[in-house]
Design a protein around this ligand. Structure first.
Ligand SMILES: Cc1ncc(COP(=O)(O)O)c(C=O)c1O
Length: 510
């Protein structure tokens, strides 16, 4: 087709190999830049590989840039050596345990390292069990199922009705908890959240909702909305008291999607994991602060006693006998290898360095934004606290909103417009409503990653200030009241102050 389009002239210009194929491999495969590529039906003939690559690659360039995506919790960068390892193990099916025994050994090592990170007591003489999963969502589903099975076994042994299980979680829960409840027929008991509960689980209210049909409580280490840790230790103490009063022995699962890799390093003394006997299972996303590309999560149970054997399947058609307790089957083993790479590469000190740096940059951002007077900070990690880190514990993120006074004076100003203005400057910082019960509050969340360096944070602050300034100015052109002029003068003073500060450099991060 290329020859036909170019006519005689091109036919001449093209040299061909003996088999009649063109020597020329044109990156953009000229014929395809004139014709649409297949979108809705399979094309009859294939395309040149370089042209296919370019077509898809260029279309993907329309996506946001991962490094500027401060909305995501997911890792957007890995070392080139690890990327090589990922490519090496990409063709291996993780489910083929018999064919790839070395892969399985590495998987076991990762489980063991996580069990150690999450303080599994050795005194119990029992080993933690777990699995690599697709992400935290699969981990939460499996942990919820184990709780449901355990509860049902107990109820049946007592000859009691086991048809109306319920699960308790905060209204701030990530959608996976709702999914678990709906997909697996467990009644959700959502605990209302409030400013006083830091927009996350109110443990007293949670415990007051428990009854004999409660299969367990989901607590979150690192609320998706604001990064606050739910008070796991306090929850366990209240459940101990409940057991003393009523005999109900309620287990806790920790959704540590993000916190599972932050807390053990940034605040190692904080009790939230298997050192608390009521915590029966924990999930985390390796692809969040585990610092691996998307496609890996982990779920662990403190020992086999809390993982009913009915959930474990034995298979023997791939060679030897394999045990499996995941929702899906075939998947690449490469991200398990990437996780192990990070464990070896970073060690405890490396992970500690990354997490404390992320937290320090997040605190810096929160304090600087707060000091402008335009933003209220909803997250709490920059506030002092009486603990070894000196600050309130939580994820390295900043959740903030425009101040009410600013929005009152400039009615057209809101978080969504601010976010759109930031997008013009290349930042992905979407605005969204807080958890149900507090949904009138709109916030912007910035997750600080390993790749969100202090330099990038200072650029972000500059751009946030300019976004507010542009939004104010843009409305002044439309209408100009005296109050607005006053406010603009006030803002100009702040901008001047801000610019002076820039010249002298920022205060040091904490
Ligand atoms: C608290 C919490 N749980 C679960 C999930 C789902 O995690 P994944 O995307 O790894 O399935 C998220 C994702 O942001 C989360 O923040």
């Amino acid at each position: 087709m290329l020859h036909e389009q170019g006519g005689k002239y091109n036919k001449k210009a093209q040299s061909t190999t003996g088999d009649g194929k063109s020597h020329h491999s044109m990156a953009y495969g000229a014929r395809y830049s004139k014709q649409p590529i297949a979108k809705y039906e399979l094309n009859e003939k294939g395309m040149d590989s370089t042209a296919v690559y370019r077509a898809i690659h260029d279309e993907l360039e329309l996506d946001g840039r991962p490094v500027a995506n401060l909305a995501t919790f997911l890792s957007t960068w890995m070392e080139p050596e690890c990327e090589k390892l990922i490519m090496d193990s990409m063709p291996k099916n993780f489910a083929d345990m018999d064919e790839y025994p070395a892969t399985q050994v590495i998987h076991e090592r990762c489980i063991s390292i996580l069990a150690d990170m999450w303080k599994t007591p050795s005194t119990e003489g029992k080993k933690a069990v777990g699995a690599a999963v697709a992400g935290s969502s699969e981990g939460v589903m499996l942990a919820g199922l184990a709780m449901k099975w355990q509860w049902r076994l107990k109820r049946k042994a007592q000859n009691k009705d086991a048809s109306r299980p319920n699960i308790i979680f905060g209204h701030n829960a990530q959608v996976v908890m709702e999914k678990f409840a709906r997909y697996f027929d467990v009644g959700p008991r959502r605990v209302p959240v409030s400013k006083e509960s830091n927009y996350c689980l109110d443990v007293e209210k949670a415990v007051s909702m428990v009854d004999e049909n409660t299969i367990g409580i989901f607590a979150i280490l690192g609320s998706t909305y604001t990064g606050h840790y739910e008070p796991v230790e306090g929850l366990c103490k209240l459940l101990d008291q409940l057991e003393e009063r009523t005999g109900l022995d309620i287990h806790v699962h920790i959704d540590a999607a993000s916190g599972g890799f932050v807390a053990p390093f940034a605040t190692p003394d904080l009790p939230w994991s298997f050192e608390l006997p009521r915590v029966v299972s924990i999930n985390t996303s390796g692809h969040k602060f585990g610092l691996v590309y998307p496609g890996i999560g982990w779920v662990l149970w403190r020992n086999k006693d809390v993982l009913p054997s009915d959930l474990i399947f034995e298979l023997d058609y791939l060679g030897g006998t394999e045990q499996t307790f995941t929702l899906n089957f075939s998947r690449p083993s490469c991200f398990v290898m990437a996780q192990y790479y990070n464990f070896l590469r970073l060690g405890r000190s490396g992970y500690t360095n990354v997490m404390t740096t992320c937290l320090s940059n997040a605190r810096f951002l929160a304090k600087e934004l707060e000091s402008t007077g335009f933003f209220d900070i909803i997250s709490s990690i920059h506030r002092p606290a009486d603990n070894p880190s000196g600050y309130v514990t939580g994820l390295p993120l900043v959740a903030f909103k425009l101040t009410d006074s600013l929005k009152k004076r400039h009615k057209h100003l809101n978080e969504y417009r601010f976010s759109a203005m930031m997008r013009y400057r290349g930042w992905i910082t979407p605005a969204y409503a807080l958890a149900p019960d507090c949904e009138d509050i709109k916030i912007i969340r910035v997750v600080i990653h390993e790749s969100t360096t202090l330099d990038l944070v200072t650029r972000l602050i500059d751009d946030a200030m300019h976004a507010v300034k542009s939004l104010i100015e843009c409305n002044l052109e439309a209408s100009c009241s005296e109050a607005m002029i006053k406010e603009t003068e006030l803002c100009c003073d702040r901008f001047e102050e801000f610019e002076k500060k820039q010249q002298h450099g920022y205060t040091r991060p904490c």
